[in-house]
Design a protein around this ligand. Structure first.
Ligand code: MEV
Length: 444
């Protein structure tokens, strides 16, 4: 493979020092090892204790990957003002969230409420005895599950949470012998992944021991095979609603459309995202632009949040919009139902120095409050996107940001930037057109 001196595989990489890892990488994968070595080192954090935190969060770290840390002010949620932290690499997202926040600030702000807050975990197992036998012993097994996990649940119970419900699910119509222990949990302000998974793994051991040692069971009824024990990232019962509403007239004229025309075009755009999965995917992607940015900024698991949201969006058998809009009796109502499981204690939320600051910026929210803030940001993002799409189109706003980025990349002075913004107001922005323009004004 390529140059004979290059070694693209290695054993014991994780045992190398950071210096050793960087050296091996740059020497074997890059054309200019010296420059890359300096770049990777430049992005290590200057304070050793901070870098150590980054290195404990993941493995085989060789540098850091910076992302912009932004804030979107003026979010009024249930009457409280928030300045929302956002980590996102896409231009226009923060500007759009801020614009939507400001728009709704003047119209009563956002309303958000928790509908429920249950987390779910499953033990998937195979069992080939009679169903009635299992059903018969299940109440006793249920009691043993609770009793023998007391050491794991005691702290959570003191905080007001713990195991809520444990049920047996017969899945044999879909796979011979397939059953589940289906448990629900309240994990208070933590996301609760470790809590739930530890309990489930204990459940699986209890289940095996119980069925093996039960005096009434023999033959196949003794044979239980646990396949896996793991929480479900699908939490349709940990759900928050974020909403805005106002009389249509209060929407005002939007980019040349009357308030009624705007409201109707807006509603139709939401309806299209309920009808067509192609549109729904892009529509929901825009919602997650807002959601993920806050989830990341607060040190939460955006993959779990995305997976859950997309499953929920498909719950009717077709992938649909997560937002809804009605125009009823002259009132415009727009809302998002978001199933989401995040935490404000535990995990990265208390380790990552900036995630900690994000939570402080939000006045140390409970998990419920943070869920509402996240849902509201998703709703705001969707409002801003649809508002642009059904009026001016999104390229106008995007191109303004794009122009800004190009001007920075080309090293334009403040004066040149002002000139360029004026010049490109009605013109198509591209890297070459901006470079040409800058060269032109530099030569005059
Ligand atoms: C771009 O990141 C997001 C949008 O495409 C969302 C949408 O189309 O609704 C603008």
């Amino acid at each position: 493979m390529g140059d004979g001196n290059n070694k693209k595989t290695i054993s014991g990489f994780s045992k190398l020092s950071k210096r050793g890892k960087i050296k091996w990488i740059v020497e074997n994968f890059f054309k200019d090892p010296e420059t890359v070595m300096h770049e990777l080192k430049d992005y290590l954090l200057p304070r050793e204790e901070h870098q150590k935190i980054m290195d404990t969060i993941s493995e085989n770290t060789i540098s850091n990957f910076p992302m912009p840390y932004s804030v979107a002010p003026n979010f009024i949620i249930n009457g409280e003002a928030y300045c929302v932290p956002m980590v996102i690499e896409e231009s226009s997202v923060v500007a759009a969230a801020s614009a939507a926040a400001k728009f709704w600030m003047k119209r009563g702000g956002f309303h958000a409420e928790m509908k429920s807050m249950k987390k779910i975990g499953q033990v998937h197992f195979l069992w080939h005895g009679e169903e009635e036998q299992l059903v018969e012993v299940f109440p006793e097994l249920n009691r043993v599950f609770r009793e023998k996990t007391r050491d794991l649940t005691v702290n959570m119970e003191q905080r007001g949470g713990g195991i809520l419900d444990i049920t047996l699910r017969n899945m044999t119509d879909r796979m011979p012998g397939y059953y589940q222990i289906f448990a629900t949990f309240d994990t208070c302000d933590s996301m609760g992944a470790n809590f739930i998974n530890s309990i489930l793994e204990r459940f699986s051991k209890i289940l095996e021991d119980y069925l093996w040692s039960h005096p009434d069971f023999s033959g196949k009824a003794k044979e239980v095979e646990v396949m896996m024990s793991i929480l479900s990232n699908y939490t349709p019962e940990s759900i928050v609603r974020a909403e805005v509403r106002c009389p249509i007239d209060e929407l005002g004229e939007v980019e040349g459309f009357s308030s009624r025309q705007f409201a109707e075009r807006f509603k139709r755009a939401i309806d299209i995202a309920h009808i067509d999965p192609y549109r729904a995917t892009t529509h929901n992607k825009g919602i997650f632009n807002g959601i993920d940015a806050v989830v990341l900024a607060t040190g939460n698991d955006f993959r779990a949040v995305e997976a859950c949201g997309h499953t929920y969006a498909s719950r009717t058998g077709q992938y649909r919009s997560l937002t809804h809009c009605t125009i009823d009796g002259g009132e415009f109502v727009f809302w998002l139902d978001l199933p989401i499981s995040i935490g404000t204690v535990g995990g990265l939320t208390k380790i990552h120095p900036i995630a900690k600051r994000s939570l402080e910026l939000l006045n140390h929210p409970s998990a419920e409050e943070l869920m509402m803030i996240i849902a509201v940001t998703g709703l705001a993002q969707n409002f801003a996107a649809i508002r642009s799409l059904v009026t001016t189109g999104i390229q106008k706003g995007h191109m303004k940001m794009h122009l800004h980025n190009i001007l920075i990349e080309l090293g334009a002075t403040e004066y040149q930037k002002q000139m360029a913004v004026e010049y490109f107001k009605e013109k198509v922005v591209s890297f070459s057109s901006v470079r040409q323009y800058l060269e032109g004004i530099k030569n005059t």
